[in-house]
Structure formats: C-alpha cells, structure tokens
Design a protein around this ligand. Structure first.
Ligand SMILES: Nc1ncnc2c1ncn2[C@@H]1O[C@H](COP(=O)(O)OP(=O)(O)O)[C@@H](O)[C@H]1O
Ligand code: SF4
Ligand SMILES: [Mg+2]
Length: 367
C-alpha cells in the first residue's frame, strides 16, 4: 500500500442505485443508495453474502454497467457522461478480474495471445512490442515461460488466474476490481495468489477494490472494508477495527460464522446463526432490510430505515442501536444483551489483517 496518499480519491461513488428490469417489467434494485470513496494506493474490501450486490457495484466501478441513479467519479470525473468512444478509452485505467479464471481467456487463443489482446485492440505499439510486453507480464506474474504458448485448457485454474491478472495489467490500470479472484482456487494456492496481488500493488502503484464473500480474504488484503447486505452498505471502516469489534449485527453474524482457529479468549463466544436466506430481491423488507434475519430486531426496525451514522471517525454503521466501541453499550430491549462492539476473532491460518490505515480524517457520504 502506498503510504503517501494524495488527498483526492481515485474513486467516488455517490448515492448509487443500480436497478435491473426483468421480464414483466419487474425491477430488482441490486444496489441501493450506496456511497463510498477509495483513495489511490489503498485496498478497499467489499464483503457480503452472495446476492448482496458486490459484483454489480464492481462492474459499475469499471464502467461495465451504468448507474441507474447517483454518480461514479474517477479522479473527480464522471466517465459515464463522456461520449462512448472516449468512455471506452478512459475506462482502460479501471480493470476487473473475475472469479472464473476462464472468463477473460479465449479458449482458442494461447495465453500470450490473450494477454496481448488488450494492446492489440487499443492499437498500442508494434506486434512484436506487444508480444514482448505480454511475455514480460506473464513472467512478472510468475508464469513459467513455456506456459505462455499453451491454451487455457492445458493449464491449471491458478495459472489461468495469473494470466488474467497479467492481461488486466497490460493497459497500465490505476485501479483493479478483484471480484472473488481466489474463490475458485484451491485453498493451498490462495495465499500465494494474495501475496502476488500485494506485490503487484507495490510495484505498479495499484488501487484495489477487493470483493469477496470470504472474510479471511478481505481481512488479509484490505485497508478498509465495506459490509454489504441486500444492496446496501451496512458498515464501513478500517479493516482492523471492523475485525476487532464489528458494530452491525450482520457483520457480527458474519464474523461469528468464521471457522477455527479462534483466539483462546474467544473460544466460548456465541455463534450467531442467521435465520433464512437473503430476502427476495423483488420484495425488499420494510425499514431495516436486515430485520427479517437480525437476532436483535425490534418493532422500530420494521418501521424505520436506520440512518447511516459515523460512530467514530471513519467508522460508519446503519443500525438504530449500534454504538461506538467505547461508549456505554446500548441494550437490546428484548434480550438485555449489549449491542455495541461484538467481539470476534479476526482471521485464520497464516493470514493477517492489514494494519489500520491512514489516520487522517476521510469522510464518507451518507448512504
Ligand atoms: N444482469 C442482471 N439482471 C438482473 N438481475 C441481476 C443482474 N445482475 C445481478 N442481478 C441481481 O442483483 C442482485 C445482486 O447480484 P450480485 O451483484 O451478483 O451479488 P453478489 O456479487 O454480491 O453475489 C442479485 O439479486 C442478482 O440476482
Ligand atoms: S436496525 Fe434493527 S434490524 Fe437493523 S441491524 Fe439494527 S437491530 Fe437489526
Ligand atoms: Mg458476485
């Protein structure tokens, strides 16, 4: 991570809605009034269960789908307002790597051809220069040189993902959205891959938006984390702080579901089991969207949507009853249990949480 961070964010997402229209004109609000900013050089994690809207946000960030409402600004500029040709040119600086290692690789092309292709399309350099650059990039992501001439079906998932990373780097992006990039890989190679991402970030001065349903992965790589539930961000803050003491009941439930190993002092913690699935996207719950599954829900939660509140500097939560970690605990009226700062363990295995980032104040817009 680059410590010398400029004041200006690389990405500002403001009041973003993304609505899909299905058959019979049914609307799915996949993303609902989401706001956040990402600073150059940081890794911004987005965590949440499947269907919470993470990928939809990720695709919008790299200009693959437009906002239905709200704005996405890259270096202060609304790229969606540009003419199509200019948008295509400018979006090269914002790339995405998907979960499926086959997603961006043409089965009829060798790896070096696939990696070279973005330069071919952009018409950058001579054919020979493009190939040399592709070979160098494959080497940089630790692909054995002889693999460059193979087809995707002739290599492993991890090797394919390395080729995808090389391809994403060819147009010298400033920001890469990493959407579940290690989810399809063997656990044994996930740590290697995450280390590769960290090395590349340093070398190319990259900014990442790191999307995952896996808390350990997000904790391992992120400076700050946004927790998404059903199209909304419900908690946002420094990764270390969220892992230490999640404030939103949904984040607490996600953390409590983490597998062992658990620090000794927390071995007796209560596991919070969420009832039911995420509700139907066609019929969102009233008030707080989490009330149908929240172990702490009260009647107010059904009636009124919680405000997006900054509880401590840089720490935002959308829950009527959440309180800052050091304030007097709010009491759950139903159970008598405190609602602030659910304590959980932070991570498993050899993975470690990134240090809490930049102390300077950094305001998020209301979600
Ligand atoms: N192209 C689309 N058309 C219709 N609905 C979509 C489309 N893409 C995503 N959705 C819906 O939007 C919601 C969020 O999906 P997604 O962003 O893929 O979630 P996540 O990445 O968190 O699993 C889901 O209800 C999904 O079914
Ligand atoms: S507002 Fe109510 S339902 Fe929503 S997270 Fe807080 S306690 Fe749970
Ligand atoms: Mg997804």
């Amino acid at each position: 991570m680059n410590k010398a961070l400029p004041a200006k964010p690389i990405l500002e997402v403001n009041d973003l809605d993304i609505v899909f229209t299905l058959r019979r004109n049914q609307k799915v609000r996949a993303v609902d009034r989401v706001s956040f900013s990402v600073r150059e050089g940081e890794t911004f994690g987005i965590i949440g269960e499947s269907g919470s809207g993470k990928s939809t946000v990720g695709r919008c960030i790299v200009c693959m789908n437009p906002p239905s409402h709200g704005t996405v600004r890259h270096y202060g500029e609304d790229l969606f307002a540009l003419p199509e040709r200019e948008l295509r040119r400018r979006r090269r600086a914002f790339q995405i790597v998907f979960q499926d290692p086959n997603a961006a690789l043409d089965p009829r092309m060798t790896l070096v051809e696939s990696v070279r292709e973005p330069l071919d399309v952009a018409g950058i350099g001579t054919a020979k220069e493009r190939e040399s650059k592709a070979l160098a990039m494959l080497e940089r992501v630790a692909m054995a040189p002889e693999l460059a001439w193979r087809y995707p079906h002739e290599i492993s998932g991890g090797q394919k993902q390395r080729a995808n990373i090389a391809r994403a780097l060819m147009l010298e992006p400033k920001l890469i959205v990493c959407d579940e990039v290690v989810a399809a890989l063997d656990v044994s190679i996930q740590a290697d891959m995450l280390n590769l991402f960290a090395d590349l970030q340093r070398e190319f001065n990259l900014t990442y938006v790191f999307i995952s349903h896996d808390l350990r992965v997000v904790a391992h790589v992120s400076d700050r984390v946004a927790v998404m539930y059903f199209g909304k961000i419900v908690e946002l803050g420094a990764a270390g702080e969220i892992m230490e003491a999640p404030l939103h009941p949904y984040t607490q439930a996600l953390m409590s579901a983490e597998p062992e190993p658990v620090p000794v002092e927390q071995r007796n913690r209560k596991r919070i089991v969420l009832k039911g699935e995420i509700p139907s996207a066609l019929n969102p719950p009233s008030g707080c969207r989490f009330h149908t599954r929240c172990p702490r829900a009260q009647s107010e939660c059904m009636a009124r949507e919680p405000e997006w509140r900054e509880l401590t500097p840089g720490r935002f939560v959308a829950c009527h009853f959440a309180e800052a970690p050091n304030s007097r605990s709010a009491t759950d009226h139903r159970t008598g249990a405190p609602i602030s700062a659910g304590h959980t363990h932070s991570h498993a295995g050899s993975m470690s949480t990134k240090a809490a980032p930049h102390g300077e104040s950094f305001r998020e817009e209301a979600t």
